[in-house]
Design a protein. Structure first.
Length: 239
Protein backbone atom coordinates (compact mmCIF):
# COMPACT_ATOMS: atom_id res chain seq x y z
CA UNK A 1 0.00 0.00 0.00
CA UNK A 2 1.38 3.40 -0.99
CA UNK A 3 1.21 6.32 1.38
CA UNK A 4 -0.51 9.56 0.49
CA UNK A 5 1.82 12.56 0.31
CA UNK A 6 2.01 14.15 3.75
CA UNK A 7 0.80 17.71 3.98
CA UNK A 8 4.12 18.87 5.44
CA UNK A 9 7.53 19.04 3.80
CA UNK A 10 8.23 15.32 3.75
CA UNK A 11 7.55 13.10 0.75
CA UNK A 12 5.40 10.00 1.00
CA UNK A 13 8.58 7.96 0.53
CA UNK A 14 10.24 9.41 3.64
CA UNK A 15 7.06 9.11 5.70
CA UNK A 16 6.91 5.47 4.62
CA UNK A 17 10.48 4.98 5.82
CA UNK A 18 9.63 6.52 9.21
CA UNK A 19 6.59 4.28 9.50
CA UNK A 20 8.61 1.16 8.62
CA UNK A 21 11.27 2.00 11.21
CA UNK A 22 8.54 2.52 13.81
CA UNK A 23 7.10 -0.93 13.05
CA UNK A 24 10.46 -2.70 13.35
CA UNK A 25 11.31 -0.79 16.56
CA UNK A 26 14.12 1.46 15.38
CA UNK A 27 14.77 4.23 17.91
CA UNK A 28 13.70 7.73 16.86
CA UNK A 29 17.27 9.07 16.93
CA UNK A 30 18.48 6.25 14.68
CA UNK A 31 15.53 6.71 12.32
CA UNK A 32 16.32 10.42 12.02
CA UNK A 33 19.90 9.55 11.08
CA UNK A 34 18.89 6.87 8.55
CA UNK A 35 16.19 8.95 6.85
CA UNK A 36 18.18 12.19 7.03
CA UNK A 37 15.67 14.33 8.92
CA UNK A 38 15.33 16.13 12.26
CA UNK A 39 14.85 14.03 15.40
CA UNK A 40 11.89 16.17 16.48
CA UNK A 41 10.14 15.37 13.18
CA UNK A 42 10.53 11.65 13.82
CA UNK A 43 9.27 12.09 17.39
CA UNK A 44 6.19 13.86 16.02
CA UNK A 45 5.44 11.03 13.60
CA UNK A 46 6.04 8.33 16.19
CA UNK A 47 3.67 10.19 18.51
CA UNK A 48 1.06 10.44 15.76
CA UNK A 49 1.35 6.70 15.02
CA UNK A 50 0.73 5.90 18.69
CA UNK A 51 -2.29 8.21 18.79
CA UNK A 52 -3.77 6.50 15.72
CA UNK A 53 -3.17 3.07 17.27
CA UNK A 54 -4.70 4.20 20.57
CA UNK A 55 -7.79 5.48 18.78
CA UNK A 56 -8.18 2.24 16.86
CA UNK A 57 -7.78 0.06 19.93
CA UNK A 58 -10.27 2.06 22.00
CA UNK A 59 -12.87 3.01 19.38
CA UNK A 60 -13.10 -0.18 17.35
CA UNK A 61 -13.06 -2.69 20.19
CA UNK A 62 -15.63 -5.49 20.15
CA UNK A 63 -16.64 -7.58 23.15
CA UNK A 64 -14.45 -10.58 23.94
CA UNK A 65 -15.92 -14.06 23.96
CA UNK A 66 -14.81 -17.70 23.72
CA UNK A 67 -12.18 -18.48 26.36
CA UNK A 68 -10.48 -15.60 28.16
CA UNK A 69 -7.95 -15.04 30.92
CA UNK A 70 -7.99 -12.26 33.54
CA UNK A 71 -5.05 -10.80 35.42
CA UNK A 72 -3.61 -7.56 36.75
CA UNK A 73 -0.05 -6.31 36.53
CA UNK A 74 1.88 -3.34 37.89
CA UNK A 75 4.05 -0.86 36.04
CA UNK A 76 6.48 1.80 37.21
CA UNK A 77 9.96 2.47 38.53
CA UNK A 78 11.62 -0.05 40.81
CA UNK A 79 12.35 2.73 43.30
CA UNK A 80 10.69 6.00 44.32
CA UNK A 81 12.49 9.20 45.24
CA UNK A 82 12.91 9.43 48.99
CA UNK A 83 12.57 5.66 49.45
CA UNK A 84 15.81 3.69 49.73
CA UNK A 85 14.38 0.21 49.37
CA UNK A 86 13.02 -1.42 46.25
CA UNK A 87 9.26 -1.24 45.83
CA UNK A 88 7.35 -4.42 46.64
CA UNK A 89 5.90 -6.41 43.77
CA UNK A 90 2.24 -7.20 43.17
CA UNK A 91 -0.84 -5.99 45.00
CA UNK A 92 -0.21 -3.26 47.56
CA UNK A 93 2.66 -1.67 45.62
CA UNK A 94 2.98 2.04 44.75
CA UNK A 95 3.16 1.10 41.09
CA UNK A 96 0.39 1.71 38.53
CA UNK A 97 -2.07 -1.21 38.30
CA UNK A 98 -3.26 -2.34 34.87
CA UNK A 99 -6.05 -4.84 34.25
CA UNK A 100 -5.68 -7.21 31.32
CA UNK A 101 -8.10 -9.53 29.53
CA UNK A 102 -6.68 -12.01 27.03
CA UNK A 103 -8.81 -13.86 24.49
CA UNK A 104 -7.17 -17.08 23.42
CA UNK A 105 -7.24 -16.26 19.73
CA UNK A 106 -4.63 -13.59 20.53
CA UNK A 107 -6.69 -10.45 21.21
CA UNK A 108 -5.91 -8.47 24.34
CA UNK A 109 -7.72 -5.67 26.16
CA UNK A 110 -5.93 -3.54 28.76
CA UNK A 111 -7.11 -0.74 31.01
CA UNK A 112 -5.30 1.47 33.52
CA UNK A 113 -7.17 1.21 36.82
CA UNK A 114 -7.11 3.08 40.16
CA UNK A 115 -7.07 -0.16 42.17
CA UNK A 116 -7.83 -3.88 41.90
CA UNK A 117 -11.05 -3.91 43.87
CA UNK A 118 -13.94 -6.18 43.02
CA UNK A 119 -16.09 -3.27 41.85
CA UNK A 120 -13.44 -1.85 39.51
CA UNK A 121 -12.62 -5.21 37.94
CA UNK A 122 -16.20 -6.41 37.58
CA UNK A 123 -17.37 -3.14 36.00
CA UNK A 124 -14.71 -3.58 33.31
CA UNK A 125 -15.46 -7.27 32.81
CA UNK A 126 -19.17 -6.60 32.35
CA UNK A 127 -18.41 -3.93 29.77
CA UNK A 128 -15.84 -5.90 27.78
CA UNK A 129 -16.62 -9.62 28.16
CA UNK A 130 -19.67 -11.42 26.73
CA UNK A 131 -21.75 -13.31 29.29
CA UNK A 132 -21.38 -16.69 27.55
CA UNK A 133 -17.58 -16.56 27.89
CA UNK A 134 -15.43 -19.11 29.73
CA UNK A 135 -13.31 -17.15 32.21
CA UNK A 136 -9.98 -18.18 33.74
CA UNK A 137 -8.41 -16.23 36.61
CA UNK A 138 -6.26 -16.64 39.68
CA UNK A 139 -7.67 -16.65 43.21
CA UNK A 140 -7.72 -12.87 43.79
CA UNK A 141 -10.83 -11.80 45.74
CA UNK A 142 -11.55 -9.13 43.12
CA UNK A 143 -12.84 -11.95 40.92
CA UNK A 144 -15.25 -13.29 43.54
CA UNK A 145 -18.90 -13.28 42.53
CA UNK A 146 -18.54 -13.40 38.74
CA UNK A 147 -21.00 -16.29 38.65
CA UNK A 148 -23.54 -14.07 40.42
CA UNK A 149 -23.36 -11.44 37.65
CA UNK A 150 -23.90 -13.88 34.79
CA UNK A 151 -20.53 -15.53 34.15
CA UNK A 152 -21.38 -19.17 34.89
CA UNK A 153 -18.14 -20.63 33.53
CA UNK A 154 -15.47 -19.24 35.84
CA UNK A 155 -12.38 -21.36 36.56
CA UNK A 156 -9.64 -20.38 39.01
CA UNK A 157 -6.05 -21.41 39.64
CA UNK A 158 -4.58 -20.72 43.06
CA UNK A 159 -1.14 -19.22 42.56
CA UNK A 160 -0.65 -18.83 46.32
CA UNK A 161 -0.55 -22.64 46.49
CA UNK A 162 1.77 -22.93 43.46
CA UNK A 163 -1.13 -24.02 41.27
CA UNK A 164 -0.69 -22.69 37.74
CA UNK A 165 -2.90 -25.07 35.77
CA UNK A 166 -5.41 -27.83 36.44
CA UNK A 167 -4.20 -29.58 33.26
CA UNK A 168 -7.68 -29.23 31.80
CA UNK A 169 -6.96 -26.03 29.91
CA UNK A 170 -7.66 -23.74 32.87
CA UNK A 171 -4.75 -21.35 33.38
CA UNK A 172 -3.76 -17.72 32.79
CA UNK A 173 -0.47 -18.33 30.96
CA UNK A 174 -1.61 -16.29 27.94
CA UNK A 175 -2.18 -13.02 29.77
CA UNK A 176 0.99 -13.56 31.80
CA UNK A 177 2.94 -13.96 28.55
CA UNK A 178 1.45 -10.66 27.39
CA UNK A 179 2.62 -8.92 30.58
CA UNK A 180 6.14 -10.28 30.00
CA UNK A 181 6.10 -9.08 26.39
CA UNK A 182 4.85 -5.63 27.41
CA UNK A 183 7.38 -5.09 30.20
CA UNK A 184 10.29 -6.20 28.02
CA UNK A 185 9.12 -3.87 25.28
CA UNK A 186 8.63 -0.84 27.53
CA UNK A 187 12.06 -1.27 29.13
CA UNK A 188 13.72 -0.32 25.84
CA UNK A 189 12.40 3.25 26.18
CA UNK A 190 14.28 3.87 29.45
CA UNK A 191 11.32 5.54 31.11
CA UNK A 192 7.95 6.72 29.81
CA UNK A 193 6.08 9.81 30.93
CA UNK A 194 3.02 8.97 32.97
CA UNK A 195 0.90 11.04 30.57
CA UNK A 196 2.10 8.86 27.66
CA UNK A 197 1.83 5.47 29.36
CA UNK A 198 -1.66 4.71 27.98
CA UNK A 199 -0.41 5.26 24.41
CA UNK A 200 2.48 2.85 24.84
CA UNK A 201 0.26 0.30 26.59
CA UNK A 202 -2.29 0.27 23.76
CA UNK A 203 0.57 -0.03 21.26
CA UNK A 204 1.72 -3.21 23.04
CA UNK A 205 -1.86 -4.47 22.95
CA UNK A 206 -1.98 -3.78 19.20
CA UNK A 207 1.39 -5.39 18.45
CA UNK A 208 1.04 -8.56 20.53
CA UNK A 209 1.16 -11.84 18.59
CA UNK A 210 1.00 -10.10 15.21
CA UNK A 211 3.27 -10.17 12.17
CA UNK A 212 5.20 -6.96 11.45
CA UNK A 213 4.13 -6.95 7.79
CA UNK A 214 0.48 -7.05 8.88
CA UNK A 215 1.08 -4.24 11.36
CA UNK A 216 2.79 -2.08 8.74
CA UNK A 217 -0.06 -2.51 6.26
CA UNK A 218 -2.62 -1.64 8.93
CA UNK A 219 -0.74 1.43 10.14
CA UNK A 220 -0.37 2.71 6.55
CA UNK A 221 -4.13 2.39 6.18
CA UNK A 222 -4.73 4.32 9.41
CA UNK A 223 -2.29 7.05 8.38
CA UNK A 224 -3.78 7.43 4.90
CA UNK A 225 -7.23 7.70 6.42
CA UNK A 226 -5.99 10.35 8.86
CA UNK A 227 -4.32 12.35 6.07
CA UNK A 228 -7.50 12.35 3.99
CA UNK A 229 -9.49 13.57 7.00
CA UNK A 230 -6.98 16.38 7.57
CA UNK A 231 -7.15 17.39 3.92
CA UNK A 232 -10.93 17.66 4.10
CA UNK A 233 -10.69 19.78 7.25
CA UNK A 234 -8.15 22.13 5.65
CA UNK A 235 -10.42 22.65 2.68
CA UNK A 236 -13.13 23.70 5.12
CA UNK A 237 -10.68 25.93 6.97
CA UNK A 238 -10.90 23.82 10.14
CA UNK A 239 -7.30 22.54 10.31
Amino acid sequence: MKLQIWHGKLSGYKVGKILHHFIVDVEASKTAQLVGINRKTVDSYYGLFRQLIFKKQTKEFEKLDGTIELDESYFGARRLRGKHQKLKRGRGTYKQPVFGIYQRDGRVYTEIIPNCSKKVLQDIIKGVVSSNTEINSDGWTGYDGLVNVGYDKHHRVNHSKDEFSDFKGHHINGIENFWSFTKRRLQQFNGIRKTHFALFLKECEWRYNRDKAELETELKYMLNKYIKQQQKLRKKGLA
